[in-house]
Structures are given as structure tokens and as C-alpha cells.
Design a protein. Structure first.
Length: 483
């Protein structure tokens, strides 16, 4: 479901521009050819978190592992599906706006360093993120729930332009104009078939089989000139790349519940994904070190994620929830096959990776207001989301912190939830901008300064519940009768 949002959220967003060419320094440090677009997009990506979908969950900061009582539970803790008592169709959509602000950058390959003008890059997207169909039935007198679902786990779309001026404070060097345009289309989707069972009123177990499919096209072009851009350019370096990722894994979740306290845990299994990449480059810089074309086909070890959560109800209408998850990004590495990517980490393409494991923390609360047959939940949450991105010069990790707000409306068999999420990150960073530096495969980024990222998202979920009689007839026809 694609959601229409106010103009405030539809101006400019998802900024992945900044060290768009930072990864090329890593390319120069490793033997053989590498998928350059992968490096660039990984280093500039600002949101890469294994996380579930749904406006209700987002409203409480994403702390949903021990709550998991709607159809989006499959993306948090599949055991929670065992709490659903009626057939349900669920749809989720999102719109987001992200801005990247680069300030006080210096070009350090000159003595004295040259000043780079401040730049602000932004982009926006509105897209569907989750859809599911859920059918409960009975087995040995207990609740048995089946579900088919789709989730857009990572949206990889971006379209950003950065234009800066490089000036010499002494006046000895002429002002240089630098421009960088990045465009990427694609996503990583997860298709899941799940089943959950309540072994007892207290204890539920769920499992999902997940098919991962990712595909994205990437383009990056950097220009530099002594004349104002974009109407003039004297040197350029351009990279085009197509990447695909395929794999499958199993998730398992457990949920223990009581009148006051719920405890949940989930394990998302590691798996070997197939990764295919094709890169082509162009440059008019003399002595360019960029390969004209390069293809790669590898098995990628996708790491495990595990997490736990608590949910506590001081009163029937009041919920407190806490989540912790850990993803072992340091183990996201290409498997050996006698090529240039052997044992290199997926994010920084180094064997002795600096990529950290990410531990997220989430906390939220929900309070229910009752009005006749309607229920109106009010929600608020806070979170901390480290990213698998480490700057190669400063060593700083990108960490997002922020808050969420949410509201809902439920009446009879229909429910709608709305959530707002704000996050920000700030760190010392480095980046490549100049076309001749990119073309030369320089080892160390020459531009260093301070980056700030501000991210705003709005989520909308809709749930439709149906009577059990029709669903039971359908299951009986499908599994028993056949006619």
C-alpha cells in the first residue's frame, strides 16, 4: 500500500551522497578488481538495520519482540502469530525524508588544506513495506496459525546531487568546482511462510521460512572543473553497477506470556546468499586506475541476528516494552573461491574488517483510551540503532538515536495505526569528491569534516479481520477435500 503524505514529508529525503566515493580508497588497498558500486553504496548508506515492519511497533520505538500481537509479528517474533484468533489481512506503507549535512570539510591533500563549502543532500521515498494474509485454525484444541507475508527489508533507492567549491584560503590556487551525482534503484525483499502454535496458554512457538531477493542498479558520476558546475566539466569518473542477492533462511521465535509480563526471544538464522555483480567504469582522467568492466559471482555469508524483549502491563490499558537485538555484521563476508573478494567483509571489503556488530536498544509505552466500541492507543518510544559503517579515517561508527510517536484507532474488525519516527546521527567523517582522486584509486580519502544526518519517517498500517468460518472451510478444502 502506497501512502500519500503531506508536502512536509515529500520534499527531499534519503541522502546517501556523502562519502560516496570513500569506498574507492578500500578498493586500492585490496588486490584485483572489486564491485566499486557496492563499496560506494555501502559506505554512503545511512540505514541498514534488521528490523520489523508496522506502525504499531514503530510507535513504541520498535520494542515489539515480547508484544507481537498483530500480523507484523512475523517480522519481529513469529511466535506472536499464535495470539491471532481471526483471519487477517495486513498492509503497511512508509514515507521518509532524510537529510545529510556536511560541514567544515577540508581537502587535506594540499598544504595548507583547502576549504570545501558546506553541502546539504536530501532525498525522499514513499513505498509499501509489508503485506500479509493470516489464517488461524485449531489443532488438538490449540491455536495453530498460518501466514504468508512480504516485507521490503531494505529500500536502496536514492537520487542525490552534491555540489561544492574547493577554495584556497591563501589565494595561491584557483577555486575548483566539484559535483557528485548518485542514483540507485532497488531493494532487498523477504518473502515468508510462517506457522505458530500455542502449546499452552503461557507458551507459544513460531517459525518462518524466508526467501531473500535483492536487486539494485547503481550509478555514480563525479565531475570537477575550474568553471561553475553542472554546466561545465573538465574531468569526470563514472561507475555503473548491477547487483543481485539471493538466499533463504529460517527464523524461530518463542513467547512466554502472563497477565502482567511477557518474555519473547527470536533467532534469525545465518545463511549463504548468492551475490552477483557487474561493474563498468568510464573516466577521462589521464592514467586512470579504474577497471573498464568487472563481474563477480560469490557466496556471501549473511550473519545471524538474535534478540530478546520484555513487555510489562502495570495496568490493563498500559503497556511498557523493552527490546535488545544483535546482528553480527562483522561476519558478513564473502566465502573463498579463489578471487578478489575472498574473505572480505561485505561492508568495507577488508579481510581484517572494522565493521562492528550492531546492538540495538528500543523502549516504548502504549496507553489505551476507550470510547464506546472504539479503542484509541497512544504511543511513544525511544531507540538506539548503530549502523555497520565505520569511517576509515576517524574510526567513528554511525549511530542513530531518536524517538517515536504513534496513535491508532480500532473498531470491530478494522484497525489503523499511524507512527512518526525521528532519528539523527553525528560524527567525524571523510569522503572522496574529486574525479582525479577516484580515478587514481587513492588509498586515503582527502576530504575530512563533520557529517550530520536527520531522518524522518511516517508509517501507516491497516488491518482487516474476518470471521473464522470461511477460513476454516477454505483450509478444509485445500488440505482435506480438494473439491
Amino acid at each position: 500500500m502506497i501512502i500519500g503524505m503531506p508536502r512536509y514529508f515529500v520534499r527531499s529525503l534519503f541522502s546517501l551522497t556523502f562519502p560516496a566515493c570513500l569506498g574507492l580508497s578500500l578498493y586500492a588497498q585490496t588486490p584485483g578488481n572489486l564491485p566499486l558500486g557496492l563499496l560506494i553504496s555501502q559506505q554512503s548508506r545511512t540505514a541498514f538495520t534488521i528490523h520489523g515492519a508496522g506502525a504499531r511497533a514503530e510507535g513504541i520505538g520498535g520494542a515489539f519482540t515480547a508484544v507481537a500481537d498483530d500480523a507484523t509479528a512475523v517480522s519481529f517474533n513469529p511466535a506472536g502469530l499464535g495470539q491471532l484468533l481471526q483471519p487477517e489481512i495486513s498492509l503497511v506503507g512508509m514515507t521518509y525524508r532524510r537529510e545529510l549535512d556536511n560541514r567544515d570539510f577540508l581537502s587535506t591533500d594540499h598544504v595548507p588544506p583547502l576549504n570545501l563549502s558546506d553541502s546539504l543532500a536530501s532525498d525522499q521515498r514513499t513505498l509499501p513495506t509489508f503485506a500479509s494474509a493470516t489464517v488461524p485454525t485449531k489443532f488438538l484444541g490449540k491455536n495453530l496459525v498460518f501466514q504468508l507475508s512480504w516485507q521490503r527489508l531494505f529500500d536502496l533507492g536514492q537520487d542525490t546531487t552534491q555540489i561544492v567549491q574547493e577554495t584556497d584560503p591563501t589565494g595561491a590556487n584557483a577555486t575548483k568546482f566539484l559535483a557528485q551525482h548518485i542514483r540507485q534503484k532497488g531493494q532487498v525483499d523477504v518473502w515468508s511462510a510462517a506457522v505458530a502454535y500455542d502449546f499452552s496458554p503461557r507458551f507459544l512457538v513460531g517459525v518462518s521460512f524466508n526467501i531473500w531477493r535483492g536487486s539494485w542498479d547503481f550509478r555514480s558520476k563525479s565531475n570537477e572543473s575550474l568553471l561553475p558546475l553542472p554546466n561545465a566539466s573538465t574531468e569526470f569518473a563514472q561507475i555503473q553497477e548491477t547487483d543481485k542477492l539471493q538466499g533463504s533462511n529460517w527464523n524461530i521465535g518463542v513467547l512466554w506470556r502472563s497477565e502482567k509480563l511477557n518474555i519473547g526471544a527470536v533467532y534469525r538464522g545465518a545463511f549463504a546468499a548468492r551475490f552477483d555483480s557487474r561493474t563498468t567504469t568510464q573516466s577521462n582522467v589521464d592514467g586512470t586506475a579504474l577497471p573498464g568492466s568487472f563481474t563477480a559471482s560469490y557466496q556471501l555469508h549473511w550473519p545471524e541476528t538474535y534478540g530478546a524483549g520484555l513487555a510489562f502491563r502495570p495496568q490493563q490499558q498500559w503497556l511498557l516494552a523493552l527490546d535488545w537485538t544483535r546482528t553480527r555484521w562483522s561476519q558478513a563476508s564473502f566465502m573463498p573461491k579463489g578471487g578478489s573478494l575472498d574473505n572480505l567483509n561485505f561492508f568495507d571489503l577488508q579481510e581484517n574488517t572494522q565493521t562492528p556488530d550492531a546492538e540495538t536498544l528500543r523502549f516504548g509505552t502504549e496507553y489505551l483510551l476507550f470510547s464506546g466500541e472504539s479503542v484509541i492507543p497512544l504511543r511513544v518510544g525511544v531507540f538506539k540503532e548503530p549502523q555497520p559503517t565505520v569511517d576509515s579515517i576517524s574510526g567513528d561508527t554511525r549511530v542513530f538515536r531518536g524517538y517515536t510517536l504513534g496513535i491508532g484507532w480500532k473498531v470491530r474488525s478494522f484497525g489503523v495505526d499511524l507512527a512518526y519516527k525521528f532519528s539523527q546521527s553525528s560524527r567525524s567523517a571523510s569522503q572522496f569528491l574529486e574525479a582525479d582522486e577516484i580515478a587514481s584509486g587513492k588509498r586515503v580519502p582527502s576530504s575530512q569534516g563533520h557529517e550530520s544526518i536527520h531522518d524522518q519517517r511516517v508509517f501507516l498500517s491497516m488491518n482487516f479481520r474476518f470471521g473464522n468460518e470461511g477460513a476454516n472451510r477454505l483450509l478444509h478444502w485445500f488440505f482435506v477435500q480438494g473439491n
